[in-house]
Design a protein around this ligand. Structure first.
Ligand code: AHG
Ligand code: MN
Ligand code: MN
Length: 332
């Protein structure tokens, strides 16, 4: 018999029972994310050939320039998640408010999804890796009623699953349901995701620091002192660290997950809570980091314990190898 890696579909079915509420709905939900990510892959792979690059001409609710591909990716995920009738609501970085699905086929739906459909938009036009980040919760309001804001404003420690897709030199889907982290690589000739990175562990130490040092002068003193520490020479602690900053959070996170490292986007005089969004970016990556043995904080407290009070809330974010994040915290 030919030996081949397990496909994502096979893996989901095999592990359905590891999950507390094994009704099969979460498996269906993950498979609609899998489908959408393949369609987005197709659009991204031919992006330079079609009229899909550049700005869409509108700003999103957060006042950021929306790229055409932001919009395209948002539509693709929205449709895939809606069509199967398995979620009762969706919130996206690219939409002003959440959407409720309350037609007949969603009547029994227990889950809500929060998504950053295209992360790293500024890299689209220059053919650099971008990603998708997703976060899944069980609703707190009763099944059968329209979803409410409080279904979306749950702390990250209530996530039932989270993951990302990185559209890099290959497309990879990495996710957790709270039983470790597994990574799947898209085999383009047959269009299936295959288990390429089982049980991913983030090294507890690393040599990479990822931060936009262009903001150095705007950072608080503690952050400046930590950056100086990263750049200081001390062979016993692998310093100076190597600086790596792609500007696509998913890609920076993915590299640090594999190699060990720290990513941070702190508050600054221009952005009192940093730039990254708690619900669409920080919570899902914090869940993955912790499941892989890493840490994620806002500089003071665990990201997953923050009680959100608005959909598009931003927080300072420090994520990565356990010892590196712990060290960074001593400077804050
Ligand atoms: P998005 O494209 O979803 O708006 O996210 C962009 C984020 C993140 O991917 C990246 O790490 C960060 O913005 C880069 O911001 P700076 O250019 O300010 O460093
Ligand atoms: Mn993003
Ligand atoms: Mn985005």
């Amino acid at each position: 018999m030919i030996n081949r890696p397990q496909t994502l579909g096979e893996f989901i079915i095999d592990h359905q029972r590891d999950f507390n509420y094994a009704s099969g709905e979460l498996s269906q939900l993950l498979s609609s994310i899998r489908l959408a990510s393949k369609i987005v892959t197709r659009e991204i792979r031919k992006a330079g050939l079609t009229d899909i690059l550049g700005a869409s001409g509108v700003e999103n609710v957060q006042g950021e320039v929306q790229m055409k591909l932001d919009d395209v990716a948002n539509e693709i995920f929205l449709k895939a998640l809606k069509n199967r009738g398995i979620i009762c609501g969706l919130a996206s970085e690219e939409m002003d408010s959440y959407i409720i699905f309350d037609e007949e086929k969603h009547a029994e739906s227990k889950y809500v999804v929060l998504i950053d459909p295209l992360d790293g938009s500024s890299n689209i036009d220059v053919n650099v890796s971008v990603g998708t980040i997703f976060s899944i919760y069980r609703r707190v309001t009763p099944v059968g009623q329209p979803a409410e804001l409080k279904d979306f404003l749950q702390p990250g420690n209530q996530q039932v699953a989270a993951g990302y897709v990185v559209y890099g030199s290959s497309t990879m889907l990495v996710y957790t349901t709270g039983n470790g982290v597994n990574g799947f690589t898209l085999e383009p000739s047959i269009g299936t995701f295959q288990l390429s990175h089982p049980n991913m562990q983030m090294p507890v130490d690393g040599k990479i620091y990822s931060v936009n040092t262009g903001n150095y002068l705007k950072f608080p003193d503690g952050v400046k002192a930590y950056i100086d520490y990263c750049q200081d020479k001390d062979p016993d602690t692998n310093r100076p660290y190597t600086g790596r900053y792609i500007g696509s959070l998913v890609s920076d996170f993915h590299r640090n997950l594999l190699k060990g490292g720290i990513y941070f986007y702190p508050e600054g005089t221009n952005a009192p809570n940093g730039k990254l969004r708690l619900l669409y970016e920080c919570n899902p990556l914090a869940f993955l980091a912790e499941q892989a043995g890493g840490l994620a904080t806002d500089g003071h407290q665990r990201i997953l314990d923050i009680q959100p009070d608005e959909l598009h809330q931003r927080v300072p974010f420090f994520v990565g190898s356990k010892h590196m994040v712990e060290k960074a915290m001593t400077f804050m």
